[in-house]
Design a binder for this molecule. Structure first.
Ligand SMILES: Nc1nc2c(c(=O)[nH]1)N[C@H]1C(S)=C(S)[C@@H](COP(=O)(O)OP(=O)(O)OC[C@H]3O[C@@H](n4cnc5c(=O)[nH]c(N)nc54)[C@H](O)[C@@H]3O)O[C@H]1N2
Ligand SMILES: Nc1nc2c(c(=O)[nH]1)N[C@H]1C(S)=C(S)[C@@H](COP(=O)(O)OP(=O)(O)OC[C@H]3O[C@@H](n4cnc5c(=O)[nH]c(N)nc54)[C@H](O)[C@@H]3O)O[C@H]1N2
Ligand code: SF4
Ligand SMILES: [Mo]
Length: 880
């Protein structure tokens, strides 16, 4: 890890492709197909910091596993054949069934230039608005809430506001794991100004709640009631900014009436906690309310957003330093996609599809033959239309809907049944790509060039550092080529992303002339080399006389009246789960990104959690007869998942939590969206991904197993989950029937007919330990038992490639302590190592752990966990 400091001076400045913090990265080829990575000290978002995922980027970029040539029906094909087929099938479908019989489903991970071209092709030339994006699952409620309140989808705040705030309220956001660098900036600010207060509103205890002065463990789905209660408290305590409201806001009295009749009892919060929160919020001028998926992904997501915005509007706490509502974006270009009109109900540059003037303006600018007059289908409805045959040709780019959309088995079957499906991805092995008729190899991060916009409206360049693997091509180039092959040569005659960006910036000039806030006209004349050199830039960047920087500072909003709207919102009635049901909450873990196509390639990112799991409260586990590390069967009307049980009081009784990341590539039944119903918010169309009613039962296999192997296994066992590790692969296994002969079973599992087998099999206990050697070195080991196997997993994984038979013991000798599960992914430091160092070396702070073990001293993502280990260990010591 010391080579982190040895960054060549000519390293390329680019932007991290994961979360919406949008950290600047310095990247330079290491000569072996990978990259050296360092945080860019000059980037305003991160000032040199990176989290665990960003730090491991260099390990995810080699060409191993990449699709190198287009495929038609699973066979390699030339680009000409593949793109001619795509163009012909789309043209024929449109000719026969009309433009709405085709659709694009795209992604907040496309670059702005890719997005612009896809949107132009669908909305301007094909003449349908059936282009929607995975941002529908992510930011749609915020988009709708912002538009209702501000008349525009604009985030007013900047990251500096978080450092200037005296109170930060995090609603439905696990910032420590999902926006780690922002979280670290907040931690640093709080250390510098200990009077800063932090409140976390989340039904679950998370890594983020560790820094909270107050954690409101709210009943899931009751945020509207809480913020309505806050609004009436603001009024009662005389904290309404009457001047601001009278000049700049509409709807105040109706909204207050609705709020005053609200009952905060449904939140389940104690009187003391509620009062403390209300007083803190009402009495702290400099308050920032950060919100994320606990707000957006709800059947009432848009109302939740407006309930929060109402409180900021009533107090005038918006548009000034250190205060404001702050929706943190998920994907690297979620914001850019919103600006470029990637959603089915928007046009580019914040223009509206339903406004005839806007349509005419964009249509004229593009010389478009056909502009749709109606919004297109939103993601969930789009796949319903695929299923019932209304959509007959579908192109999915840069997203994995067979895993990430609710009711995922339905979606998978819909895609499989579609007349013609095209997928553009880095690999052909994703759950979605495997269903496609045509798979197109796209270049990925590290290879492609363009721009992204982060959560604070800063546009940054992603820059290519590595050559495209095989024949892979850039997304914008693939889409433009199809556009030309469909007959629109001039409109799609682009030669580089800079050209696309200039066109987009010029369109924004026209939008701004219509009174829209999105304005990057100042960048419309960038030369190719200026575009290449573009430093991070916050919009607006206008060529008109228009101030840059903070939005809404002058109290002017983008509604017809110029005033912001407060909106009366009511808490929806929460349907109680039936007594046998549990409410399933889903979300993210620290070291994986979505469907794991990139992060799971970096061994160190698989160490934090190596398997799909279910967090369940001890009382519920007891009632269900589930013991630690057993497997649970999670079912709903829609599907089934099998997950490792993690018994913890982090989650409330009656509610369980599962991560979203696992796919059929890495586990037998880990796709959690199979059990999530496709219930959506009526305003935004965003799915409620946080409140599925499920049944839980013990999975009860006859045997459990753990295997290490030098190559990826293809287990045919009833349950399996596999992860890449430093020296090979680790697999968790289970079966409903005990194999008759463990050695035969092992031979088949490892698919190594010639390996030498040694084993310790105890029929009386039904346990087996088997080691496989080839050419004298260990190539695999299997441990099986009727209960979850107790084996020192990291230890045996490290023995792969070694001579000798130490693996049969399954645990290290007394002189070699087992480091335990990895906490610090950068320096590979395990929990046992940390706990004993705390006790033995009398370590009293996270910094001291860093000095002793290096843990937490690079990316810092594990610092919340170090802090809680410290608390637990020191607390225990104090009690002894
Ligand atoms: N490590 C990692 N980071 C990521 C990503 C990733 O895949 N991995 N993905 C990125 C993307 S695209 C996104 S959208 C963001 C998401 O970032 P977050 O929104 O922070 O992440 P989630 O884990 O989806 O959900 C946040 C929290 O909402 C809580 N919650 C559930 N129901 C409710 C409720 O009714 N009310 C309230 N107040 N809270 C509730 C959950 O318990 C959870 O802790 O993360 C981004 N960053
Ligand atoms: N239950 C539940 N479901 C959820 C959520 C939840 O919290 N709970 N969260 C939702 C949210 S917020 C989100 S954002 C989605 C994310 O869900 P997805 O978008 O489906 O997940 P990703 O794994 O990011 O998919 C990106 C795909 O694009 C590929 N790819 C990467 N780079 C490129 C590129 O440059 N070009 C092309 N063409 N392909 C590329 C990757 O290999 C991968 O297959 O999941 C949603 N689903
Ligand atoms: S916080 Fe981490 S994942 Fe997000 S942009 Fe920064 S380095 Fe990338
Ligand atoms: Mo997202």
């Amino acid at each position: 890890m010391k080579d982190l400091d040895l960054m060549p001076a000519n390293a390329t400045c680019t932007t991290c492709p994961y979360c919406g913090v949008g950290c600047g990265v310095l990247a330079s080829p290491d000569g072996a197909g990978r990259l050296k990575i360092k945080g860019d000290p000059a980037h305003p978002a991160n000032q040199g910091r990176l989290c665990s995922k960003g730090s491991a980027l260099g390990e995810t970029v080699d060409s191993d596993g990449r699709l190198l040539a287009p495929q038609i029906d699973n066979r390699s094909a030339s680009w000409d054949d593949a793109l001619d087929l795509v163009a012909t099938r789309f043209k024929d479908t449109i000719a026969k069934h009309g433009p709405d019989a085709v659709a694009f489903y795209v992604s907040g991970q496309l670059l702005t230039e890719d997005y612009y071209v896809a949107n132009k092709l669908m909305k301007g030339f094909i003449g349908s608005a059936n282009i929607d994006t995975n941002s529908r699952l992510c930011m749609a409620s915020t988009v709708a809430g912002h538009k209702r309140a501000f008349g525009t989808d604009t985030v007013p705040g900047t990251y500096e506001d978080l450092e200037l705030a005296d109170l930060i309220v995090l609603v439905g956001s696990n910032l420590a794991w999902c926006h780690p660098v922002l979280y670290q900036r907040i931690v640093a600010a709080k250390n510098a100004r200990p009077n800063m207060r932090i409140v976390v509103i989340d039904p679950r205890r998370t890594a983020t709640t560790d820094i909270a002065d107050l954690h409101l463990q709210i009943t899931p789905g009751t945020d509207v009631a809480l913020f309505n209660r806050l609004l009436s408290e603001i009024h009662q305590q005389g904290a309404v900014d009457a001047d601001f409201v009278s000049k700049h806001v509409t709807g105040f009295s109706d909204t207050l009436d609705a709020a005053t009749s609200a009952d905060a009892g449904v939140t389940g919060l104690s009187h003391a906690d509620l009062t403390q929160f209300l007083n803190l919020w009402v009495r702290t001028e400099k308050t920032v309310t950060i919100f994320s998926q606990g707000v957006n992904q709800s059947a009432q997501g848009t109302d939740k957003v407006n309930a929060i915005l109402n409180c900021h509007l009533a107090t005038g706490r918006i548009g000034h330093p250190g205060m404001g509502p702050f929706s943190v974006t998920g994907q690297p270009n979620a914001m850019g996609g919103r600006e470029v009109g990637g959603l089915a109900n928007m046009l580019a540059c914040h223009l509206d599809i339903e406004n005839p003037d806007h349509r005419a303006l964009v249509g004229g600018f593009w010389s478009a033959p056909a502009m749709p007059e109606q919004p297109g289908l939103k993601a969930v409805d789009m796949f319903r239309a695929v299923s019932d045959g209304r959509i007959k040709a579908l192109w999915i780019m840069c997203t994995n809907p067979a895993v990430s959309l609710p009711d995922a088995d339905f979606v998978r079957d819909a895609i499989a049944g579609c007349d013609f499906t095209v997928v553009s991805d880095l690999t052909n092995t994703t759950d979605t790509a495997r269903l496609a008729d045509v798979v197109l190899p796209a270049t990925g991060w590290g290879e492609k060039d363009g721009t992204v916009t982060n959560s604070e409206r800063v546009i940054s360049r992603q820059r290519g550092v590595l050559p495209a693997p095989g024949q892979a091509r850039h997304d914008w180039d693939i889409i433009a080529d199809v556009g030309r092959r469909m007959g629109w040569q001039n409109a799609f005659d682009y030669s580089c992303p800079a050209e696309i960006f200039r066109e987009y910036a010029a369109l924004s000039s026209l939008a701004a002339a219509q009174g829209k806030d999105f304005d990057i006209s100042g960048l419309a004349e960038l030369s190719n080399s200026e575009y290449d050199a573009l430093r991070p830039t916050r919009w607006p960047v206008s060529r008109r006389d228009r101030p840059a920087g903070r939005m809404f500072a002058d109290g002017r909003f983008f509604t017809a009246t110029g005033r912001a709207n407060m909106l009366p919102v009511e808490q929806a009635t929460m349907e109680p789960s039936t007594p046998r049901q549990y409410r399933l909450n889903t979300g993210r873990i620290r070291d994986q990104w979505h469907t794991m196509t990139r992060t799971a390639r970096a061994p160190r990112l698989n160490q934090h959690y190596g398997e799909p799991f279910l967090e369940i409260h001890p009382e519920d586990a007891l009632a269900l007869g589930l013991k630690p590390a057993e497997l649970a069967l999670v079912t709903s009307d829609h599907g089934t998942a099998v997950l490792r049980v993690l018994i913890t009081d982090r989650t409330r009784p009656g509610t369980v939590f599962a991560p979203i990341h696992w796919t059929s590539e890495y586990a037998s039944a880990g796709r959690i969206c199979t059990v999530v119903p496709a219930i959506t918010d009526p305003v935004s169309g965003q799915p409620d991904s946080k409140a599925a009613d499920v049944l839980i039962a013990p999975y009860a296999p006859a045997w459990y197993g753990f295997a290490v192997s030098t190559t990826k296994l293809d287990p045919k066992t009833d349950y399996w989950a596999t992860a890449r590790h430093i020296s090979g692969w680790r697999s968790e296994l289970a079966g409903l029937q005990t194999p008759e002969n463990w050695e035969d079973f092992a031979r088949a599992l490892f698919n190594t007919p010639n390996a030498e087998i040694s084993s310790v099999i105890d029929p009386s206990k039904s346990t087996a330990r088997i080691a496989l050697h080839e050419n004298g070195v260990l190539i695999g080991a299997l441990y099986a038992a009727p209960e979850p196997v107790a084996v020192a997993r990291s230890h045996v994984a490290a023995l792969l490639g070694d001579p000798g038979s130490a693996a049969l013991a399954g645990r290290p000798g007394a002189d070699q302590p087992d480091p335990g599960a990895t906490v610090c992914a950068c320096f590979n430091v395990g929990v046992n190592t940390i706990v004993s160092a705390i006790a033995e070396q009398n370590l009293l702070s996270v910094e001291a752990i860093g000095e002793a073990l290096e843990a937490g001293s690079n990316c810092g993502s594990c610092r919340p966990e170090l802090a809680s280990l410290l608390n637990a260990t020191l607390g225990q010591a104090a009690a002894e």
